[in-house]
Write a protein that binds this ligand. Structure first.
Ligand code: FES
Length: 82
């Protein structure tokens, strides 16, 4: 199971974390992935670099609607092909 935690604290929320969650959910559906769990977190303490997310404990900063799909593919679809 892959675990994605997306910050929905107020700063990351303002920077579009809800949209990042939507994009991740769209990708999960589109690619029929059922081993990814998405959850929200409170502030991850790195507001200036938001939106902050964690994928399997790896912290990734500056996620936005433009790069979310690319990040998803890089970190979550790689495993599928191994
Ligand atoms: S609100 Fe997301 S890191 Fe602070």
């Amino acid at each position: 199971m892959n675990e994605v935690i997306i910050c929905v604290g107020s700063s990351c929320h303002l920077k579009g974390s809800e949209r990042v969650i939507e994009i991740f959910k769209e990708e999960i559906k589109k690619n029929n992935l059922n081993d990814i769990k998405i959850s929200g977190s409170f502030c991850q303490g790195n507001c200036t670099e938001g939106v902050n997310i964690e994928i399997n404990k790896q912290k990734i900063a500056a996620v936005n609607k433009e790069n979310a799909r690319e990040i998803f593919k890089k970190h979550l679809m790689h495993d599928q092909n191994e």
